[in-house]
Design a protein around this ligand. Structure first.
Ligand code: AOF
Ligand code: ZN
Length: 377
């Protein structure tokens, strides 16, 4: 029996279903616009053990919400069932009535939620609406794990900037390449595929103009079946050195491409790039360093709807983000190759990262070691 219309305690099976919901929510992370990617599982027990009768995840672009698909699948089986949601159900009227209301109407008996929703239109009101409708509510089940799946959304709400992941490949001797030596292959195919998955989970990917000029990269997601999951590309190019012949410019009609540049940069080159489909974000210079002011840039990017950015290179941009304290997640991929003394030292290595940040996980991908740190204060 569940106590209707009140907060109710966690049950033994709750973590198992919430863990499944959190994994499922990962499916659309990075592809739901300013909305978080949320998952819902509807579970009922008719005496023969719990079974999933409906599942849903926030749709690409952010609508419909997760609850809608799960309730549609469950149909009448939702009556008396438990709904597991990775985020507090919404309480506001958008293109559809609030999800909290839909759950009540479907006859859901109990809702188990993970993360709280900081959106002022929700922020506790979803749980309130459920309880007013006679639904028992259990909150904060695996809340920290669920919050990891919506980090960008939370950071944009709390700090007014996108969440930032910095990813760097390091040789075994802690180098990130050879100055002026072009692209040095440090990592193997397994961690490269993993990198493409991480790309797909961010709204945008950022590199400096130096890296772009040296490597002429595509910066897209090239996993089979995931070509449509490519993030937007942002090139940090204050003095506008990128030319319209480069790959990112030539493919700007296929994958959204932005150049962050000073307003004083060459107007003719800007016009040529704009004609190729590139858009521009105006940056200002930091009065002390003369470099791009990153906090202002991130704020402007958040205003365009970007909730998460993967910063992929090179050394200078990595150092600027680290120095400014603007890195939320740091991914270090240590390859097996040695570069030697002529190599460019990375601004941070695995040992110093271990001292400063919290290691979330460590994996071995082929010959490479992958370290994923949370940079919380
Ligand atoms: C849910 N289920 O799957 C998601 C929710 O612009 P709208 O109307 O779609 O509302 C966006 C807000 O909805 C967002 O800020 C967050 O509060 C909530 N996201 N809520 O019930 C979902 N993605
Ligand atoms: Zn909703």
């Amino acid at each position: 029996t569940v106590e209707r219309g009140a907060f109710s305690p966690e049950r033994p099976e709750d973590r198992r279903f919430m863990a499944a919901a959190i994994r499922y929510a990962m499916r659309n992370v990075g592809r739901t616009g300013t909305n978080p990617s949320v998952a819902t599982l509807i579970v009922r027990d008719d005496g023969d053990g719990p079974r999933i009768v409906g599942h849903g995840v926030t749709a690409l672009g952010g609508r419909p919400h997760a609850e809608a698909g799960a309730l549609a699948e469950a149909g009448d089986l939702a009556r008396g069932a438990t709904a597991y949601v990775t985020l507090e159900p919404c309480a506001h009227h958008g293109r559809t009535p609030p999800c909290a209301e839909a759950l009540v109407r479907a006859g859901i008996a109990r809702v188990v939620s993970a993360a709280a929703d900081p959106d002022p239109r929700v922020d506790g009101k979803g749980h309130g609406m459920l309880m007013d409708g006679g639904v028992a509510v259990t909150r904060q089940v695996m809340a920290a794990e669920a919050a990891r799946t919506i980090e960008g959304y939370l950071t944009r709400h709390r700090c007014g900037r996108p969440g930032v992941t910095l990813k760097m490949a390091l040789s075994r001797d802690g180098r990130i390449g050879v100055r002026g030596g072009g692209q040095v292959k440090i990592t193997g195919p397994v961690s490269d595929a993993q990198t493409h998955l991480v790309r797909a989970r961010h709204d945008a990917i950022m590199v400096g103009a130096g890296t772009a000029l040296e490597d002429d990269p595509r910066l897209d997601c090239r996993l089979p079946g995931m070509a449509d999951r490519s993030p937007a590309r942002i090139i940090l190019d204050p003095n506008l050195r990128i030319s319209p012949e480069m790959t990112v410019a030539r493919t700007a009609r296929d994958v959204s491409t932005m150049i962050a540049t000073f307003e004083t940069s060459d107007p003719a080159r800007r016009a040529a790039l704009a004609a190729a489909g590139v858009s521009f974000v105006a940056c200002v210079a930091d009065p002390e360093t003369g470099r791009v002011a990153l906090p202002e840039l991130l704020e402007d990017l958040a205003a365009t709807g970007i909730t998460s950015i993967l910063v992929e290179g090179g050394a200078m941009i990595a150092e600027s983000f680290l120095d400014a304290g603007l890195v939320d997640r740091l991914i270090l991929v240590r390859g097996a190759v040695e570069i030697g003394d002529e190599g460019l030292l990375a601004p941070i290595d695995v040992d110093s990262a271990r001292q400063r940040y919290r290691l979330l996980r460590q994996d071995v991908f082929g010959a490479d070691c992958w370290f994923d740190f949370a940079c919380e204060a």
